[in-house]
Design a protein around this ligand. Structure first.
Ligand SMILES: [Zn+2]
Ligand SMILES: [Zn+2]
Ligand SMILES: [Zn+2]
Length: 172
């Protein structure tokens, strides 16, 4: 049985322990390669973000970090988050003001983010054709891009199977 990580693999059914360890190992390699420091605090913040595929807010990270590192302050978290974003190891979900781990390659890249409003899990798709089409539109508009991600809100495949989840109450 192969358990290769596929960036387009749905986060539904998978071995998350492996998911996390791969993400951390990749991050360590990339930082070494780039000659940047994945300090213990940056490593810990990345690990906390990878606890799940849910988008996590900065204050939630601080709450999780506090028991481990009592001196941690909001600035500690923000500095670590800035570093992790610069290195392309996490993504900011703008519409939620929250963060999610990236398992693509550690390179800065365009993303299509599918955000479940029931479980808050975020599935990242590379969606190259979609992003190319969007780039074309942006070019035609003569717009200068600072960041580009498409965030789609709805109900994920897993939550659709749960009782009591209203799947229809949103615009498309
Ligand atoms: Zn996972
Ligand atoms: Zn990514
Ligand atoms: Zn869900």
């Amino acid at each position: 049985m192969t358990t290769q990580t596929n960036p387009n693999l749905s986060p539904l059914e998978h071995n998350h322990t492996q998911c996390v360890s791969e993400a951390l190992v990749t991050a360590e390699h990339l930082c070494t390669e780039r000659g940047v420091q994945l300090t213990p605090i940056r490593h810990k913040v990345l690990e906390l973000i990878w606890e799940s595929h849910k988008a996590v807010k900065a204050y939630e990270l601080l709450d999780r970090l506090k028991p481990l590192q009592q001196a941690a302050k909001p600035a500690t978290i923000y500095r670590a988050l800035d570093f992790l974003m610069e290195q392309g190891l996490i993504h900011r979900v703008e519409s939620l003001n929250a963060f999610v781990g990236c398992s693509c390659s550690g390179l800065q890249h365009e993303q299509l983010l599918l955000i479940c409003k029931n479980c808050q899990e975020v599935e990242e798709r590379s969606a190259k054709k979609v992003m190319a089409a969007v780039s074309q539109e942006i070019k035609q508009a003569g717009f200068i891009v600072h960041s580009k991600a498409i965030e789609v809100h709805g109900i994920c495949a897993k939550c659709q199977t749960l009782p009591g989840v209203n799947v229809n109450n949103s615009v498309s």
